[in-house]
Every structure is written in C-alpha cells, then in structure tokens.
Design a protein around this ligand. Structure first.
Ligand code: SAH
Length: 374
C-alpha cells in the first residue's frame, strides 16, 4: 500500500516537493487541491504539471475511504460505512443540526472512528465485539471528514425527507471523536489528524469544536493535557465506582476509578477547561439514584459537565435501557445538585448509530455491496 497524502502536514509536503526540485508554492497548490477543493484525484489538480501529477500519483494515494453504505435514520442522522484500502470497514456518523424543522441543516457534526474494531472490549459496546484489527492512519481519520465535505458539495447530504441538494459552500462545523475505536490508544495518528483538521490550510475547524472521547486511559489523558491544542475532552465514565465500572468496562481493571480521576484532575488543572463525563444509563447496572449522587460529587469536584445517554441496545447483547421516567429521574437528581447535565435521547438509534453497530451488522449480513456515492 502506498502512503496516503492526507497523513502529511503542509510542511512535510513542502519538504518532499523541495527535494524533488519544486518551488514551495507547489506544495501550497497541492494542499489547496487536497483540502480546500477536496479534489477527487491528482489528475484533477489542473495547475500542476503533468509530470508532477504523475509523480504524486505514483508515490501516494489521495483518498483512503470509499463509501459503501449509507443509512438515514428518521431523525436525520446519517451513518456512513467506508471501505478502507485494505478492505477493512469503518463508520462515520453525520449529525446535522437543523434550525427549526426546515430541510436545510445549518451546522453539521461529524463523528469519526480512529481504529478498525477496538481492543478495550466495553461489555455494552458493539465496536469491540469482533476484536481489534488496526489503528487508522492520520489520513484515514482526516478523510472521513473530507469525504463528507466532498459529498455535501457534490451530491448533497440528505436531511429529513428532502432530496439531497449539492451545496458548494458545504462545511463541517464540529468533530466528535466518538466513533469506533479508542482514540487515545492511537495517540500519534489522532493528534496528527486533529492538527490537519484544525489547520487553516487543512480543514480549518476550530480546536474548540473538536471533542475527543476516551474510555479512560490516564497516561494519555495527561499527555493530552500538555498539548497546546485546546480540544475538548469527554470521558466515558458510565460507572462512579470500581464495582460498577469493573463489571462493564475491562479497562477499569487496569486503571481503576481513582487513577482515572487523578488524570482528570491533572487535565482540569492544567487546561483550566471544563470536561464532560459521559454516562450511559443501563438498566439495573448504573441507574440507581445513589449512583447519581456519586456522579454529582465527582462532577462537582472536577467542575465537569455530565452527558446522560440512555443505552442504545445492541443486537446480541443483553443490556437494556432504563424506562424514560427512570432516565429523567436520574437526570433530575444530578441537576438538582447544581451540575450541568443533559439527558441525550440518542440520535440515530434506529440506524444502528451506536458505535460499531453498522459495521457489525454489515459483517454479519454480508450484503451485496453497492457504492452509495459515485
Ligand atoms: N472509545 C471511546 C470513543 C468511542 S465510543 C470511548 O469509550 O469514549 C463513544 C461513546 O459511545 C462512549 O461513551 C461509549 O461508551 C458509548 N457507547 C458505546 N456503545 C453504546 C451503546 N450501545 N449505547 C450508547 N452509548 C454507547
């Protein structure tokens, strides 16, 4: 497999082209084609000489993802399944925020994957069910966003029942790294991808609009705290003590709650920024109101926000979501103690939008694969 161009920064491309005897502005042109214009091929880079286009094509792949399947849910969340160059599958979810109920979304959030499969094996999650395959390259992470941008501009993104309309101005405003895989276990590629996504020459998405979610790797949380980039951190807590967390998240056996909280304290102190605790509500496991009180105490100590998410059932797993009343009661209890909490009634539940579900379904059904995007 050739290296992929979108794993390289502008500086790296410049150095490479200088070595080939090209002036620096050539690198700027290549980068503009790759990102600003989301060019389909090296051949389309019409202001580069033919030999340079041919050289680039012989050395690099421009795109690393090919759309295989796209599924729309009734609430307009769009789930995309990509095939990578080695045939592996990853998912990206597109979440349009629609002003009122018009058909035109004004903000788009893209949820990206960082690994094929996942090694952490959270008991409730579909991503790890078939084990871990490999880390994504920086370019494969970047391409998930860029391919959505290209799709928005060329074929249009379907929102609601309206037919897709190409929008030459289509932009992605927010990135959440909450797809398949554990982002902090693919740290270097993740950081490089985020730099490219954030760079003015790249996708130009503000660092405060980027959220990274982790199952709780203390060392990497501290490392992230020391990065200059002001990205947001979300920690998948799901349990406030070791008894609960050990049951559902094997990572807790290695890094218990105390150790995780130390790392979170370091992050909060170093960055001086609010983090988010994610808390899936699972019936009979972590939905007791006493646990809401523990969660509140932890959130207050760290000055963290809380995102409560009723569990999205996964085929083949026995976990269930509590009744809506129970979820509301849990949320009310957390809020009553002065913690900023939201109860997120999960978007995309009907299209298997919880991590790893579409890939899993596709691998189980082995359906005939039809390209969703020309
Ligand atoms: N590995 C990272 C990011 C990927 S998962 C992490 O653990 O944070 C993104 C979020 O979705 C996590 O909070 C994860 O616990 C949650 N999640 C996984 N499966 C889910 C399901 N079936 N229903 C609801 N949330 C789920």
């Amino acid at each position: 497999m050739k290296p992929d161009l979108k794993s390289l920064t502008h500086d790296e491309i410049t150095r490479l082209l200088i070595k080939q005897g090209h002036p620096t502005y050539r690198a700027t042109q290549v980068v503009q084609w790759a990102y600003e214009r989301a060019a389909e091929s090296f051949d389309a880079m019409s202001n580069l000489s033919l030999p340079l286009r041919q050289w680039l094509a012989s050395e690099f792949d421009l795109w690393t993802v090919k759309a295989l399947r796209d599924q729309r849910s009734t609430d307009t969340t769009e789930k995309l399944l990509w095939q990578l160059r080695d045939g592996q599958l990853v998912e990206t979810v597109l979440i349009p925020a629609t002003p009122g109920l018009t058909s035109c979304a004004d903000r788009h959030t893209v949820c990206v994957s960082t690994q094929v499969g996942c090694a952490y094996g959270c008991k409730f999650c579909a991503s790890g069910l078939n084990g871990f395959r490999r880390n994504l390259t920086a370019g494969e992470i970047v391409d998930q966003v860029l391919a959505v941008v290209r799709m928005g501009r060329t074929t249009g993104i379907r929102v609601g029942d309206a037919p897709p309309v190409p929008d030459p101005e289509f932009r992605v405003q927010n990135i959440v790294v909450m797809g398949m895989g554990e982002p902090l276990a693919n740290y270097d590629h993740l950081m490089k991808a985020l730099k490219i996504i954030n760079a003015p020459w790249g996708l130009n998405i503000g660092s405060r609009k980027i959220t990274v979610s982790t199952c709780g790797l203390p060392e990497q949380i501290k490392q992230l705290a020391n990065e200059p980039m002001q990205i947001r951190l979300a920690v998948s807590l799901h349990g406030t003590n070791d008894t609960v967390r050990d049951q559902i998240m094997p990572v807790n056996l290695k890094h218990p709650v105390r150790e995780l909280m130390h790392a979170c304290e370091y992050y909060a102190k170093t960055k001086g920024r609010m983090m988010t605790f994610e808390y899936i509500l699972i019936e009979g496991v972590n939905d007791d109101l006493n646990l809401a009180d523990q969660l509140t105490a932890m959130a207050r100590r760290l000055h963290a926000k809380v995102n409560l998410i009723p569990y999205n059932p996964v085929e083949g797993l026995h976990w269930r979501r509590p009744s809506l009343d129970r979820c509301h009661a849990f949320a009310a209890r957390v809020k009553s103690r002065g913690v900023a909490a939201t109860l997120r009634i999960e978007k995309g539940g009907d299209i298997a939008a919880a991590c790893g579900q579409l890939r899993l379904q596709t691998m189980r059904d082995k359906p005939p694969v039809t390209p969703a995007v020309p």
